[in-house]
Design a protein. Structure first.
Length: 170
């Protein structure tokens, strides 16, 4: 399907806006304006983004923030000298869902994509869960040809999905 990221986000955001508002979380969205329409699988992309927002709403304490950012990385024009590597010349779409007020320790970062793993103490709203969400996000990101990374510091958790994208003319 042909995807325009702004329109796509406008469709999935309203329910998360309401949810964040109810929990007094500050939601902000920044989408770079040079992202072209691209071809992808709407269903998988939507599951990935929705699941990350779902978690952000679930684990962010009140008065903290949830930020979505998307930007484009242009392919480098030159191969490294003497390189026999084949490099992808597709632009990459980076999408980050970051939430503040919480830290995931290093040892736990290694496990959160495992099926059924949940961090025992990290559920401020006591909602429970299956521990399957992130395992699915990882599978779907790979199915879309990309990957997912997570990073955390003392006051934030950030999930980043990187997808090589195909535009209609190339
Ligand atoms: P479900 O998939 O049923 O919602 P879940 O949220 O527990 O359950 P995952 O989405 O796989 O399962 O997440 C695994 C664990 O990673 C969570 O239990 C939580 O401890 C931690 N986690 C995930 N996302 C965040 C986040 N944005 N901030 C802090 N912790 C998170």
């Amino acid at each position: 399907d042909r995807i325009n990221l702004v329109e796509f986000m406008e469709k999935i955001l309203p329910s998360f806006r309401d949810r964040a508002h109810t929990r007094q979380q500050h939601l902000s969205i920044a989408i770079a304006d040079d992202i072209p329409d691209f071809l992808s699988e709407t269903f998988s992309l939507e599951r990935v983004i929705a699941e990350l927002f779902n978690n952000a709403c679930k684990y962010t304490p009140p008065d903290e923030s949830i930020q979505f950012k998307a930007w484009l990385e242009q392919p480098s024009e030159f191969l490294p000298p003497n390189s026999d590597r084949v490099v992808s010349n597709r632009p990459k779409l980076w999408m980050e869902v970051k939430n503040t007020g919480i830290e995931i320790s290093k040892s736990e970062l290694e496990r959160i994509f495992d099926k059924f793993y949940r961090i025992p103490s990290a559920d401020p709203w006591k909602q429970g869960g299956t521990g399957l969400g992130l395992a699915l996000v990882k599978k779907l990101s790979e199915r879309l040809g990309g990957k997912i990374q997570v990073n955390s510091g003392s006051t934030f958790v950030a999930f980043t999905v990187v997808l090589p994208i195909q535009t209609e003319n190339g």
